[in-house]
Design a protein around this ligand. Structure first.
Ligand code: AMP
Length: 381
């Protein structure tokens, strides 16, 4: 085995091959469940034991993400490596990539874990974004505010998720406190987008460049955490098509092997602005588990294993609700008793405030969502 080129895997992976997953959360768990259905074993690598993904996988490694010896042993034990969250250090994939095929590779990970690179990348992929500026000093922040205007959103460039690591600046006096609070630097200042809806689209891309894109969905957040996804998005067909085309273009430009989600802001005039790219299965794609022939998790595993992509067409409309913290879990008895609801729970022991514990999908007749009152869509969900 040469140090520079990974051990050649025979793609498509044979049934019973092992897929290594970096990260042990619910996305890894649901990927591992999909992998099991496709005949594969999974080996989860994460710093902590008893993670949701480990509880449904054949093997686990509990080690730091930059532990070179543990990574080498992991590489030797698996046939391909993927990741389930984008805050895995790029260094981890750089250590693994010479040893074993990594799908997606370090490039997609690097772009998506840094908001500055991500914004520049959106531009190069032809996806419009809100005006933004990198800010390294408080003086640069003042200049950026003068250029971009207020209100604006100041964000950390790394490790931000679910609204953490950001502050809305409404007047010039808000800048100093936000600057003092947010780290590490540089930060990014973005114009505040007066969006009418938040949408996302998920694209799967195989190593051969074949792409399958799911219908765009409309997302609602609560306390900065995804609460509801409506599939399909109740928007003009041209908007939905544009979201899907953008997602496919981003996947191709990243040379992605796997799935990714692109989150958008929809402006009143129908323009879509790219907000974030997640190079992995995404919470806003959980509806695909029950409303599509191949879920986003099956597609991810298919792409990573070198199988042809499955069908991404929607056979039903769907509403997905996240079960978050104690409040979400309080819905469980009623949801469990409802034969019209598909439940997906992550096996987490304690329902801390803000913790994603599971989700519920309710299906509706194809093409009926747009014509159904929201109260009815959400009743009993
Ligand atoms: P993010 O972590 O970038 O996905 O942001 C979390 C949430 O904050 C988004 O889903 C939006 O609801 C809101 N948000 C983020 N950036 C902006 C922005 N530039 N303008 C308006 N709202 C924003």
């Amino acid at each position: 085995m040469s140090a520079a080129s990974p051990r050649p895997a025979a793609f498509p992976l044979a049934p019973n091959a092992t897929i290594g997953i970096l990260g042990g959360g619910q996305l890894g768990r649901m990927s591992a469940l999909a992998a099991a259905e496709l005949g594969y074993r999974c080996h989860i690598y994460a710093p902590q034991d008893n993670e949701p993904g480990m509880l449904v996988s054949a093997a686990r490694t509990i080690a730091d993400y930059e532990d070179a010896a543990a990574l080498a042993a992991f590489a030797a034990a698996v046939d391909v490596v993927t990741f389930e969250f984008e805050n895995v250090p790029v260094r981890t994939l750089e250590i693994l990539a010479p040893l074993v095929p990594c799908r997606p590779g370090p490039k997609a990970l690097a772009v998506c874990q840094d908001r500055l690179q991500e914004k520049a990348f959106f531009g190069s992929a032809g996806v419009p974004v809100a005006p933004w500026a990198a800010v390294t000093t408080e003086a640069e922040l003042r200049d950026a505010i003068a250029r971009i205007g207020l209100p604006a959103v100041l964000k950390t460039t790394r490790l931000g998720y679910d609204g953490r690591g950001q502050a809305v600046l409404r007047e010039p006096g808000d800048a100093a406190a936000a600057w003092a609070r947010l780290s590490p630097r540089p930060l990014i200042l973005e114009a505040f987008v007066p969006f009418t809806q938040e949408l996302s689209a998920i694209a799967a891309r195989g190593a051969d460049g074949a792409t399958a894109v799911y219908d765009a969905v409309e997302n609602r957040h609560r306390h900065h955490i995804l609460d509801l996804s409506f599939a399909p998005a109740r928007v003009a067909p041209a908007v939905a098509d544009a979201a899907r085309a953008h997602a496919a273009r981003v996947a191709a430009a990243l040379e992605l092997v796997g799935v990714l989600a692109v989150e958008f802001f929809l402006l009143p005039d129908g323009t879509l602005l790219g907000n974030e790219i997640a190079p992995r299965p995404h919470n806003s794609g959980h509806w695909t588990q029950d409303a599509c022939q191949s879920s986003q998790f099956h597609q991810h595993i298919r792409a990573v294993a070198g199988l042809p992509l499955g069908g991404a067409a929607r056979h039903s409309d769907a509403v997905m609700r996240n079960l978050v913290g104690p409040e979400g879990m309080a819905r469980l008895p009623a949801l469990a008793a409802d034969t019209g609801v598909s439940l997906h729970l992550y096996g987490k022991a304690s329902a801390r405030e803000g913790r994603k514990m599971g989700h519920a999908n309710r299906l509706f007749r194809l093409e009926s969502l747009a014509f159904t009152a929201e109260a009815e869509l959400l009743s009993e969900l």
